[in-house]
Ligand binder design. Structure first.
Ligand SMILES: [Zn+2]
Length: 251
């Protein structure tokens, strides 16, 4: 039986029978895969940590029969991100990032840029005193960029004007000038600094995308715009986002 090696992040786990779990893993080599972790819950603690939610691990897998399910042979922990399990906020933001990634990365179709973005975002969440809303906004606009869904920010979608761009439509995935925006509904007000921040996030080199400064108020608004765009353009309402907002309301 051929063994397959893949490095990936556990983005979801579901109990299966009394002692098994089915893991969703976002891997660099295979894209999104489902892995049956046999007796992992009863097994030695090292394997439990390596297959825990949010763990980044090196998996050795095999496929039995015609099932699309991979079976776990061995698993070695690379990074645990265990701090996320100790914080309600960290847990909520990480769960949302994993949920979005499970939607954009297809089964058995590698997406290295999105996998790396998820890894970097989890690292950022685990740092001291993380700016959760900033990490979220970057994750959202960067995800849209990688998926090729980022709204065109350079000109008004109706008249082509390149200045006086003051409205963004998450639903239409575009921006409008002050003259044209009155013809559209569900428009979010934007300004040059918001546009510049989104452009920076989209174009920055990997690892540099979090390195910009903005007021807390603007970051919060950018994060709100990010989730509207993500939900409109991926055409999905994320339950993990509802949970995240219930958690942040307590902060
Ligand atoms: Zn216009």
């Amino acid at each position: 039986m051929a063994l397959i090696n893949a490095d990936g992040i556990v983005t979801k786990e579901t109990k299966y029978g009394d002692t098994s779990r089915i893991l969703t893993v976002i891997t660099k080599e295979l894209g999104r895969i489902s892995v049956l972790a046999g007796n992992a819950r009863r097994n030695k603690s090292g394997l439990l940590t390596a297959t825990a939610l949010f763990s980044y691990s090196s998996f050795t897998l095999f496929k039995g029969g015609s099932s699309s399910l991979y079976k776990l042979n061995e698993c070695e922990l690379l990074t645990s991100f265990s701090a996320l399990h100790e914080s309600l906020d960290g847990m909520a933001f990480a769960s949302y990032f994993c949920d979005v990634t499970n939607t954009v990365v297809q089964e058995d179709s590698p997406d290295l840029a999105q996998t790396r973005l998820l890894l970097r975002s989890l690292y950022m969440l685990c740092r001291n005193d993380p700016d959760y809303e900033k990490i979220k906004a970057v994750f959202e606009f960067r995800t849209l960029t990688i998926a090729g869904l980022l709204p065109n920010l350079s000109a008004c979608a109706d008249c082509g004007a390149v200045s006086d761009l003051v409205g963004l439509s998450p639903k239409n995935g575009c921006v409008y000038c002050s003259k044209c925006l009155t013809k559209h509904l569900e428009i979010y007000t934007i300004n040059d600094s918001i546009l510049a921040a989104i452009a920076y996030i989209a174009l920055a080199q990997e690892k540099k995308e979090f390195s910009f400064n903005m007021s807390d108020k603007s970051i919060k608004y950018l994060s709100e715009l990010g989730e509207c765009c993500i939900q409109a353009l991926l055409e999905k309402n994320f339950k993990t986002l509802d949970y995240l907002r219930r958690v942040t309301a307590l902060m």
